[in-house]
Design a protein around this ligand. Structure first.
Ligand SMILES: Nc1nc2c(ncn2[C@@H]2O[C@H](COP(=O)(O)OP(=O)(O)OP(=O)(O)O)[C@@H](O)[C@H]2O)c(=O)[nH]1
Ligand SMILES: [Mg+2]
Length: 190
């Protein structure tokens, strides 16, 4: 499917701004999986689909730059969680929809992205696996930015809780769907 066949143009944020504590403090997006940095696998899937590829990162900006149109960092340096990266990306997104993906899910494929986007309209879309929300596999309308700003100022830091307040559409995936598996620790990299 060429980029023009997607229902509408969308922005993408690849979330790579975490501490990587369970990975021994490594910057997870740059950790190798099958001989390539994890971020490279995500980049390969989304690059042909968008002209607005944002990476949220808080270190190693030089290493991430080749994989993005733009980099964003969190407002504060204390790793407030993925919602900070979503917030920074929504603030600069050029298109009405923002596709959100985590950097540590290198098995994400184009079919998953297309299914998430096919459900996108006025409400957010979130993947669901075995009845559990997967809030970092999502499509978020940019119109929700004021709501996010308000929630953020009120202390909200949970992506899932914030998205669930907006009547999200679920993309139901099989409980064993490997595309949603996060590689959080070295033992999962093999
Ligand atoms: N911008 C930003 N992204 C984050 C932050 N914390 C986590 N993320 C991203 O959100 C996704 C899911 O987070 P985790 O799997 O917990 O990753 P992590 O926080 O780096 O790893 P741990 O320190 O082991 O929890 C990953 O893609 C992270 O890069 C943060 O404080 N800011
Ligand atoms: Mg974490």
């Amino acid at each position: 499917m060429p980029a023009s066949a997607t229902p509408q143009a969308f922005s993408v944020v690849l979330l790579a701004g975490g501490r990587g504590q369970r990975m021994g403090g490594q910057d997870k997006g740059l950790v190798l999986w099958r001989a390539r940095p994890m971020i490279a696998w995500l980049h390969q899937v989304v690059r042909p689909l968008t002209d607005d590829l944002i990476i949220s990162c808080n270190r190693n900006q030089q290493a991430y730059a080749p994989y993005a149109d733009r980099l964003v960092g969190d407002e504060s340096a204390d790793y407030p969680g993925p919602l900070a990266g979503i917030r920074a990306a929504l603030q600069v997104a050029r298109h009405p929809l923002l596709l959100v993906l985590p950097c540590d899910a290198p098995r994400v494929d184009r079919a998953l992205v297309e299914r998430l986007l096919a459900l996108a309209e006025d409400r957010p879309v979130m993947a669901q696996r075995a009845g559990y929300w997967e809030p970092l596999f999502a499509v978020i309308p940019r119109r929700l930015l004021p709501s996010l700003e308000q929630a953020w100022q009120a202390g909200e830091r949970s992506t899932q809780r914030w998205l669930r307040a907006h009547d999200p559409v679920a993309l139901r995936c099989a409980s064993e769907d490997p595309r949603l598996s996060n590689l959080n620790s070295p033992d999962l990299l093999g």
